[in-house]
Ligand binder design. Structure first.
Ligand SMILES: O=c1ccn([C@@H]2O[C@H](COP(=O)(O)OP(=O)(O)O[C@H]3O[C@H](CO)[C@H](O)[C@H](O)[C@H]3O)[C@@H](O)[C@H]2O)c(=O)[nH]1
Length: 330
């Protein structure tokens, strides 16, 4: 059987495709290449260029391949952009996911893994690592658009022969330790990626968005997870569903948080390079602090982190940025 990866030419999706190929899976990718890159897709995978809401294309993909699982990454992922343009987030993330889920049900694809996000929680009531049962109060259209998809999946699983795993990603960073793929999108906004660009001199320093948050150093706290560990959680989810496990929602993070300033200091330390940091105002849609409790992933999915060292995450991100610079793909 084959696995269909939506958004398989993107940052996390392309890691997933390599991880599936490494695990001996047959892989099919659909990506419209709006932010992803054809070269990022492992050559072993079968590639279809197009939109996940294109019903005819999906019918063709299901007819041409024996797909028993979909791993759904395609979507928009930038919190402040979602605040500025909410309807495109409800279109790309919610409406198109609905179309994909409908096509999956129609084609009787039994298993579905969904890229959800910690943004569904908003800012939790306490500084403790957040559990999946915590209140769901997204603070951005991005978080809301993903939560709506989780709700559609829950209701679809109740009505049809359909099992899903929603993985709530915390802050994904780093690159393939073997250097095959990494975060390559232009105009990056994610903290470690932006810092890596500053190290390489691709930008003149960077901004810290808000130093007046109620945290020890005043900057926001996040749980940064290495992209390969995240891809591995998807493999475990697939394995579990194929073995008959039911639908489940699981956090993907390590259970420890770093502030923005701590991350930037670590980047400077690992790179051995200093770069200018400007203190700017708060960015719309940012939650104050969000750290995962990964117990469900560890117990139910049998997931074990392998790269939970911030310096390693940063090192692989820097290596990838260096690789991009040498390929002149900045
Ligand atoms: O140049 C920058 C970039 C980011 N930040 C700060 O760094 C923190 C992390 O920001 P990112 O943009 O790296 O990530 P987000 O926390 O906004 O969002 C990410 O994590 C979310 C869950 O926490 C979702 O999964 C989402 O897809 C993903 O973009 C925030 O406080 C942000 O304000 C800066 O100070 N300067």
């Amino acid at each position: 059987m084959a696995v269909l990866v939506t958004g398989g030419a993107g940052y996390i999706g392309s890691h997933m495709v390599w991880a599936l190929c490494d695990a001996g899976e047959e892989v099919v990718v659909i990506d419209r290449l709006s932010t992803g890159f054809r070269w990022a897709v492992a050559p072993e995978a079968r590639f279809y260029e197009g939109d996940i809401a294109d019903r005819e294309l999906l019918q063709r993909i299901f007819a041409e391949n024996r797909i028993d699982a979909i791993i759904h990454f395609a979507g928009s992922i930038i919190v402040p952009e979602s605040v500025a343009d909410p309807l495109s987030y409800y279109e790309n993330n919610t409406a198109k996911s609905r179309a994909l889920i409908a096509a999956a049900v129609e084609a009787k694809v039994p298993h579905f893994v969904f890229s959800s996000t910690a943004a569904v929680y908003g800012t939790p009531d306490t500084a403790d690592p957040v559990e999946e049962t915590a209140p769901l109060r997204p603070e951005s259209p991005y978080g809301a658009s993903k939560l709506m998809t989780e709700i559609m999946l829950r209701d679809t699983a109740l009505a049809h022969d359909f099992t899903y795993t929603a993985l709530r990603y915390f802050n994904v960073a780093g690159a393939d330790p073997r250097g095959r793929t990494g975060q390559s999108t232009k105009g990056a906004t994610h903290l470690i990626k932006v810092a890596a660009e500053a190290v390489l001199g691709k930008r003149q320093g960077m901004d810290v968005f808000g130093t007046d948050y109620p945290t020890p150093d005043g900057t926001c706290i996040r749980d940064y997870i290495h992209v390969s560990d995240l891809a591995n959680a998807h493999l475990k989810a697939l394995e579990r569903m194929r073995a008959g496990g039911g639908s489940i929602v699981a956090n993907c993070g390590y259970g420890r948080g770093f502030s923005v300033l701590e991350v930037l200091n670590r980047v400077k330390e690992v790179a051995g390079v200093d770069f200018p940091v400007r203190i700017s105002g708060r960015r719309p849609g940012d939650a104050v602090s969000i750290v995962a409790n990964p117990a469900v992933a560890m117990q139910e999915l049998n997931w074990q982190p392998k790269h939970d060292d911030l310096a390693f995450i940063v090192r692989t991100a820097l290596d990838w940025e260096d690789h991009l610079a040498r390929r002149n793909q900045i």
